[in-house]
Design a protein around this ligand. Structure first.
Ligand code: FES
Length: 126
């Protein structure tokens, strides 16, 4: 019996630079969701792209998901900031609430998602 989650390759690890992100769509817990893959502190993380405050993508107003310092994720709607390592809001607004994390793997030069809750992947064109 195979207990490993299905793996969906997203890109070469070298293509995901520090402080950058990639967007893709997944089937997550039976729903289509947009997802963010980020690199922070050398490590890759993935989150469903939906703010804890309102159901808006973090980049709904600006094409950015990191704040200007590069230290935090930031929702461009009302400015909630999140710790990139955990997806936890460290703003007064929605303090302690978390973005939904999606499990990531990085191995053999590839980075992708490996999460039992994901049943399909759609990469952006190009
Ligand atoms: S919708 Fe994200 S901070 Fe309000």
């Amino acid at each position: 019996m195979n207990l490993a989650p299905p793996r969906y390759r997203l890109c070469a690890g070298s293509a995901l630079a520090e402080g950058c992100h990639l967007k893709f769509s997944i089937r997550f817990e039976g729903r289509d969701e947009e997802c963010l893959l980020i690199r922070f502190g050398g490590k890759a993380y993935a989150y469903v792209n939906r703010c804890v405050h309102m159901p808006r993508p973090l980049d709904c107003e600006q094409d950015l998901v990191f704040d200007p310092s590069g230290r935090y994720l930031r929702c461009s709607m009302h400015g909630i900031v999140y710790a990139p390592e955990t997806g936890t809001s460290i703003s007064t607004m929605c303090e302690g609430q978390r973005l939904r994390a999606v499990a990531v793997y990085e191995e053999g030069g590839d980075v992708g998602i490996a999460d039992f809750r994901v049943s399909a992947l759609r990469l952006p064109p190009g």
